[in-house]
Design a protein around this ligand. Structure first.
Ligand SMILES: NC(=O)c1ccc[n+]([C@@H]2O[C@H](COP(=O)([O-])OP(=O)(O)OC[C@H]3O[C@@H](n4cnc5c(N)ncnc54)[C@H](O)[C@@H]3O)[C@@H](O)[C@H]2O)c1
Length: 335
């Protein structure tokens, strides 16, 4: 039996998810698409036989032939759509962030609890796909096994080619660095308790916000993480992570398997954006999500509470902007 999936928001991310579900995920059928720009949904529909275009997001949510939902519309629409999905008891894979504010995130956590009770499989899964990237997964497995002893330090860099229009210092944290804010507690198995924000020289090609930014995150047992966030690094999309342990280090390898030799150079090409870089992670994430629904068991994706915790850390970083590195405690609400 296949899981019939409706996709809301068919821009860059939603189209990628729909095509991955259609082409690479066993047990999934994409049955319905909706986008506020109807032409986008129509164009995508031509590549997915059997799918149809809905006239509203709620039509996708309520359609009796739709078993589960992917939400990849703009950030502010996520929480209302997830709440609508919870009202009809359908599993939902929501792109990050769950909501622009932690209060809205917490409201989703409460609504999910009411919908499924304490024993039921969670209904809300989050698109923190890096948990499924083979490199990060190997680092996590090694850390869990304490193969190199205790972790001491983590160094992360998140570099892109250029930022989108309207990016601010704060939106770069909430929209981009949020991946690290989910990953670090997941890798270390403990929460971030304090953060610091540093202002390096801003790059000349950047106008109107601070880029790069540097954060320092302190975990409960004093593992210190540095996160460089540089959206306008120009040369390519480059995600780095190195964990320094007592007995050695663990680092993400380069995502390209092929080395090019040409014009007296020997090089590896960087991807242009996150879609090729994390294509395997998106596919593995979607497969785990669909399989968990088909088997009615909890999946291993991040959930609404994880998204709330990441948003709380983002809030602490934003609160510490301009303090030149002074540590700010992260305040977690009871969930
Ligand atoms: N996990 C990741 O790595 C990752 C990467 C990129 C984007 N995202 C997230 O995915 C979401 C979409 O980002 P994107 O890059 O695809 O943006 P995008 O602008 O390419 O696509 C958004 C789409 O939503 C449509 N839309 C606008 N309002 C809508 C509404 N009310 N209902 C339905 N559709 C609506 C737009 O017409 C557009 O087609 C964002 O929340 C973003 O944060 C996640």
């Amino acid at each position: 039996m296949s899981v019939n999936v409706g996709v809301i928001g068919t821009g860059n991310m939603g189209a990628h998810h729909a095509l991955t579900l259609h082409g690479y995920v066993s047990g999934a059928r994409v049955t319905m698409l909706y986008d506020a720009d109807a032409q986008r949904a129509e164009d995508l529909c031509e590549h997915i036989p059997g799918a149809k275009v809905a006239s509203s997001a709620l039509q996708v949510v309520d359609d009796p032939g739709t078993d589960a939902l992917v939400i990849a519309s703009p950030d502010a629409t996520h929480a209302p759509l997830v709440l609508a999905a919870l009202r009809v008891g359908k599993p939902v894979l929501c792109e990050k962030p769950l909501a622009p504010t932690t209060a809205e995130c917490a409201a989703v956590v409460q609504a999910e609890r009411q919908a499924v009770g304490n024993a039921g499989a969670p209904l809300v899964s989050m698109g923190f796909m890096r948990r499924f990237d083979p490199g990060y997964a190997e680092i996590k497995a090694s850390l869990d096994a304490r193969a190199l002893g205790l972790p001491l330090l983590v160094h992360c860099a998140s570099r892109g080619v250029s930022s989108g229009p309207g990016t601010t210092t704060e939106s770069a944290i909430v929209g981009s660095a949020v991946h690290e804010l989910d990953l670090i507690p997941w890798l270390l198995g403990e929460p971030i308790v304090a953060v610091g924000w540093h202002r390096p020289r801003s790059a000349g090609q950047v106008d109107g916000f601070q880029d790069p930014q540097l954060f320092v995150l302190r975990s409960r047992s004093d593992v210190v993480t540095t996160v460089e966030l540089f959206l306008n690094a120009r040369y390519g999309y480059d995600i780095r992570c190195e964990v320094v342990c007592e007995g050695g280090t663990l680092s993400l390898g380069h995502p390209r398997a092929t080395v090019t030799n040409a014009e007296q150079m020997h090089y590896l090409l960087h991807p242009l954006d996150w879609r090729p870089r994390f294509a395997d992670a998106y596919r593995l994430e979607l497969q785990e999500w669909v399989t968990s629904i088909a088997l009615d068991r909890p999946g291993t994706l991040a959930g609404a509470a994880d998204a709330t915790r990441a948003a709380e850390v983002a809030d602490a970083i934003i609160a510490s902007i301009g303090t030149d590195g002074r540590e700010t405690a992260v305040e977690y609400q009871a969930l």
